[in-house]
Ligand binder design. Structure first.
Ligand SMILES: Cc1cc2nc3c(=O)[nH]c(=O)nc-3n(C[C@H](O)[C@H](O)[C@H](O)COP(=O)(O)OP(=O)(O)OC[C@H]3O[C@@H](n4cnc5c(N)ncnc54)[C@H](O)[C@@H]3O)c2cc1C
Length: 159
């Protein structure tokens, strides 16, 4: 890591605190951190961050903006176009941002950006509710809600 990259990393650590996991090229788990469902999406990121809270996500976005870094978000990692990766930039890896709650009266589900459909379905089944989602349970809700939507109810609902 050169001096500029090292200073960037120190700045990021000082903004986020010691709890957040940051992976760089020198980290032993770097290859795992940049792996994706499709090999066509793998790019050599500069830093991969694993936030645990929405506040940390917000600080990461601010940091990327301040330093004009290329920023990419990874949810369930199933896209094939490479938009979940960055060549040299900062990755926000979402799957630790995970929570699902159900508003039974209004039949509304609130799920955090790192959830997969499996995680959502495991909570909603307790309430006998199902979601128009994906047929594959480990697809991320963050990517497939705006970019997918083909699920088991397609015959009934068209989705
Ligand atoms: C094996 C396989 C099976 C599939 N099956 C289905 C299916 O049955 N039905 C269907 O509709 N689609 C299906 N898809 C397509 C899938 O919906 C899309 O590839 C979707 O983009 C994957 O979302 P992801 O979160 O897993 O992927 P990612 O690659 O992590 O994300 C995809 C895009 O969304 C962005 N993103 C992810 N999470 C967030 C977030 N929390 N906030 C902001 N941006 C975010 C990423 O930056 C990226 O641009 C399948 C894909 C594969 C590879």
């Amino acid at each position: 890591m050169d001096g500029t990259a090292s200073r960037l990393l120190q700045d990021l650590k000082s903004r986020l605190g010691p709890e957040i996991r940051l992976v760089t090229l020198e980290s032993p788990d770097y290859q795992t951190a940049i792996s994706r469902w499709s090999a066509t999406s793998i790019r050599p990121a500069g830093i991969v961050a694993f936030p645990l809270s929405t506040k940390e996500v917000s600080n990461l976005v601010l940091f990327a903006t301040l330093h004009r870094l290329c920023l990419a978000v990874k949810g369930g990692a199933h896209s094939t176009g490479g938009n979940n990766s960055s060549d040299g930039g900062l990755i926000i890896d979402f799957p630790k941002i995970w929570d699902v709650s159900v508003d039974l009266d209004n039949k509304v589900i609130i799920a955090h950006g790192g959830c997969t459909w499996e995680g959502v379905n495991r909570v909603t089944e307790k309430y006998k509710l199902s979601v128009v989602s994906s047929t594959i349970s480990n697809v991320g809700i963050g990517g497939s809600t705006p970019g997918g939507g083909f699920g088991w109810f397609v015959d009934d609902t068209g989705q």
